[in-house]
Design a protein around this ligand. Structure first.
Ligand code: HEC
Length: 165
């Protein structure tokens, strides 16, 4: 949104400077002193600078500030570390179909809502156990071993961070 606005402004500025330059390069009105070479040169250099700053500098600045992508921003203003960021992706692919979790916009209803289960206070070890052994106590079924090793830990860390937020 802001990026679009800035780009529009940049092109407006470039257009304006081109128009101004065209006006300057016209013949000076009769009676006025012709511009010195130095002044015209200074004008050209200034114009080039403006174009470079607006046309190159600003887009680069925007790219740089935008490159801080939002993958590491969790629900409720939580910051996710690298493991939890990976866990969020894994959760979307492996768990979101069956579980509700606001932090992932997941609305699955096969298994329990992970935001409200235990009041949203889930310990990584508890989640890891569910992943490792699966669950088949209640109405539904959760297969065992959906994820293993580091992946299982990353998901557990992610859920523990955002559940109930
Ligand atoms: C096929 C559907 C399905 C998928 C996929 C699934 N679950 Fe489940 N999950 C369930 C069901 C159903 C239960 C409740 C089973 C029960 O009542 O015994 C459950 C229970 C749980 C519980 C609570 C365990 C407990 O003891 O109360 C946790 C935590 C959990 N799942 C985490 C996950 C994670 C993490 C993933 C992804 C790796 C995942 N689930 C993927 C269906 C699923």
């Amino acid at each position: 949104m802001i990026g679009t606005l800035v780009f529009v402004l940049i092109f407006l500025a470039i257009g304006l400077s081109v128009v101004l330059a065209a006006m300057r390069s016209g013949r000076p009105p009769a009676g006025s002193k012709p511009e010195s070479r130095g002044a015209r040169r200074a004008w050209g250099v200034g114009l080039a600078l403006v174009i470079v700053v607006l046309g190159v500098g600003l887009p680069v600045l925007i790219l740089v500030t935008n490159s801080d992508d939002h993958a590491s921003h969790g629900a409720g203003g939580t910051e996710l570390n690298a493991a939890a960021t990976n866990g969020r992706e894994l959760f979307a692919r492996n768990c979101a179909t069956c579980h509700t979790l606001d932090g992932s916009n997941a609305v699955g209803r096969v298994g329990p809502n992970l935001d409200t289960l235990n009041g949203g206070n889930l310990k990584p070890a508890f989640i890891l156990d569910a992943i490792k052994n699966g669950r088949a106590r209640g109405a539904g079924q959760m297969p065992a071993g959906l994820l293993v090793g580091q992946d299982a830990q990353d998901v557990a860390e992610y859920i523990a961070t955002v559940s109930g937020r």
